[in-house]
Design a binder for this molecule. Structure first.
Ligand code: PRP
Length: 181
């Protein structure tokens, strides 16, 4: 991100790290109860879900398998381009598996709809979605979310994996990115 862009924006704390981690532990406990046997195939959507997946996987007390899929829809802007593309496929088959898609944020729902369509054709035994953040006011396509960490209002958020033009992913808190002035 160009330095002039970064200096023209400021961050407002929305969800502090301790609240994120407490909620992730709750989600992990709920998922542990819902999948008494395992293994659970956690599929993280690159890149935003990487921190959430890492914490959630350790909060689940069942065997898990981890894989990642790359899907891009945003480019460098703040809103969806409407175009979804696969940038990296899974390494392994999910046929017959209990799959849990791990997303950082659901906004328009376009990314998730595309992904659910792609994955369901591969015949998993079950296919559910866990999202850390949900912005229901922005929805263009309906999505079925089994687990949600936080519903948030329509602000552009960064941190805990979420970026703006690849910046801010390593913030520990989820913050609103506000324009200065
Ligand atoms: C973001 C986010 C979701 C998607 C949600 O990904 O991580 O995957 O957008 O938006 P939607 O509901 O409107 O489709 P992005 O394309 O920014 O990639 P990134 O995770 O690498 O930042």
């Amino acid at each position: 991100m160009p330095s002039e862009t970064r200096s023209a924006a400021r961050l407002r704390l929305l969800i502090p790290e301790h609240e994120i981690l407490a909620r992730v532990r709750e989600l992990g406990a709920q998922i542990t109860r819902d999948y008494p046997e395992g293994p659970i195939y956690l599929i993280g959507i690159l890149k935003g879900a990487c921190f959430f997946l890492a914490d959630l996987a350790r909060a689940i007390e069942r065997p898990v398998r981890i894989d990642f899929i790359g899907i891009s829809s945003y480019g460098k802007g703040k809103s969806t381009s409407g175009e979804v593309k696969l940038t990296k496929d899974l390494d392994c088959s999910i046929e017959g598996a209990d799959v849990l898609v791990v997303e950082d944020i659901i906004d328009s729902g376009l990314t998730l709809n595309y992904l659910v369509h792609v994955l369901s054709q591969r015949k998993p035994r079950s296919l559910r979605v866990v999202a850390l953040l949900d912005k229901p006011s922005r929805r263009i396509q309906p999505v079925d979310l089994a687990y949600v960490g936080f519903q948030i209002p329509d602000h552009f958020v960064v941190g805990y994996g979420l970026d703006y033009a690849e910046e801010y992913r390593n913030l520990r808190d989820v913050c609103v990115l506000e324009e200065a002035g």
